[in-house]
Design a protein around this ligand. Structure first.
Ligand code: MD6
Ligand code: FE
Length: 222
């Protein structure tokens, strides 16, 4: 997206293209454009991971197939199947360890967490979601991690999406916020167990990712 008006040269759309820290609720912030400069490196990292642990659509314990495709890197990976949700050190599809977490992922997560007030964040798991048009993520809590004092860092790459950010009960009405390429959400503390999800991805084209959106969520699982 070109932040300059081609006719006048004036800045426009500053609210969404500028780097800024946007508080969401207590414990959660959006760091607008925090990952933009490293985005190409992050996408290369995703490509390396997916060549060893391909994206796949997992099954839920209830027997549905998730619309987002997933893979993992780092010592632990989040998996879902008919028996439940859990973290495990190996890819169930290959029996091999998940690919190593690319260093730029770890560094970005640590820097983003610090900026949001959570020093010393050392992720041991990175879930990578790939959304194609129509794919979504229903409202859920992230609660398979051991220590809820550790934040989660979420990086959006590629096509924009409407993120739903709710309360501590499933029925609390969520707010909607647009997450764009390069935006990083950090949440922890009192926001750590808030319900959240993403609405169905709209078709589009992004120069770096083509027709999809990637989301990295970096966690401390154990
Ligand atoms: C997504 N993200 O943005 C889905 N979970 O595609 C999540 O489910 C999520 O963004 C925990 C913390 C941050 C997140
Ligand atoms: Fe989540």
């Amino acid at each position: 997206m070109n932040p300059y008006d081609s006719r006048t040269g004036d800045l426009f759309d500053q609210a969404v293209t500028q780097r800024q820290i946007q508080p969401l609720v207590a414990g959660a912030v959006v760091l607008r454009q925090f990952a933009t400069d490293q985005a190409a490196e992050l996408v290369s990292g995703i490509d390396r991971v997916q060549s060893q642990a391909p994206f796949r659509q997992m099954e839920t314990p209830g027997g549905f197939t998730m619309s987002a495709a997933m893979t993992n890197c780092g010592p632990l990976g989040w998996v879902s199947d008919r028996t439940g949700y859990r973290y495990q050190p190996t890819d169930p599809q290959s029996g091999q360890p998940w690919p190593p977490m690319p260093e730029p992922f770890r560094q970005l997560a640590n820097a983003a967490a610090s900026t949001a007030g959570f020093d010393g964040f050392e992720p041991d798991a990175c879930l990578i979601n790939r959304y194609l048009p129509g794919a979504k993520m229903s409202l859920h809590q992230d609660r398979n991690e051991r220590d809820f004092d550790q934040p989660i860092v979420s990086v959006s790459l590629g096509l924009p999406v409407l993120f739903q950010f709710g309360g501590l009960r499933r029925n609390d009405r969520p707010q909607r916020i647009l997450l764009e390429h390069g935006d990083v959400v950090v949440w922890g503390g009192p926001a750590r167990l808030r319900y959240h999800g993403v609405l169905a991805l709209k078709p589009g084209h992004h120069p770096l990712t083509g027709g999809c959106r990637y989301n990295l969520t970096l966690r401390r699982a154990v």
